[in-house]
Design a protein around this ligand. Sequence first.
Ligand code: HEC
Ligand code: HEC
Length: 275
Amino acid sequence: MKCFVQKTALLFLLISFNLTSAQSTGQDIFSKTCFACHTIGEGKRVGPDLANVHQRRNEEWLIKFIQSSNSLIESGDSLAIAVFEENNKILMPDQPLTELEAKAVIDYISSNSPDPNNPNTKTPKQIFDPTSITQADIDRGKNLFEGTEKFENGGASCISCHAVEMPGVFNGGMLAKDITMVFSRMGAAGVDAIIRTPPFPAMINSFGENPLTDKEVKDLLAFLYDADQWNQTKKYSGNNDIVLIFAVILGLNFVFVLFLFKWNRVKKNSVNSFR
Ligand code: HEC
Ligand code: HEC
């Protein structure tokens, strides 16, 4: 009985650990393990530039190659051998990724590759790189959004028509959509395009003759990205409930084990007292 309880306690412990060790996303895996040797659209490093590799190769092959290019080459796969020879016979180390993880990285690579039909378009990273923004950019974006800092070429502040819900941001206008989470909805490239060349008459009236400067657009993007992230983590923190429930169950398990332990001793004592 005691052993069973301990085993369930251990099981719950393992389950809660698995829940808390956040699942790696494609971006995580790429920046932690692939980025040292590969870029997406910024040229060759130790390994080839992976821009649009998903269009040159099929997914099944890519997964196998990423997991173990070694085995593919050894199995005589002519494409793998060609890639190996083209890259000065440098072997890519096997990556201990599951099929799902490999797929997530491939998705990340494809969604961050430049458009092959229009090589002059910027990659999402060239438009907006979240790792390069500073708090100063975010603050200036907020000031521009709220109108406490005027646009260099004039034009109405965004807040006269839009709201962004976040602590510390003024209440916005209701003339147009709430854009608190517009980053999740349309991505950096989408938001960038709308701010630079708005397709909506109300915005064309404000900015058609008064285009925003490059830096102003970048700072607004930084602010909107930050607002989106803030609201996402607020949403994610809801998921912690599951972890909390397991933690409580785990706690109860320990209390139970403790109780059994005591109970055994009480039993022993009572047996002794009969003697
Ligand atoms: C230590 C350097 C290194 C690391 C880390 C690395 N690669 Fe590679 N990769 C290479 C080299 C070198 C080649 C080309 C030669 C070969 O192995 O055949 C390559 C080739 C590739 C190819 C084939 C490209 C083509 O044109 O078909 C893909 C896809 C690839 N890597 C993806 C990844 C992914 C995804 C990761 C991270 C999970 C990763 N690599 C990590 C060095 C690396
Ligand atoms: C005069 C009013 C006005 C101003 C000022 C204005 N917008 Fe807009 N904006 C609109 C309207 C109208 C739309 C169309 C969608 C809607 O009805 O909400 C729109 C749409 C957008 C969208 C797309 C929203 C979506 O989810 O479809 C974004 C992003 C956006 N605006 C950003 C901005 C930013 C950033 C600024 C400040 C530089 C700004 N807007 C200034 C009126 C305005």
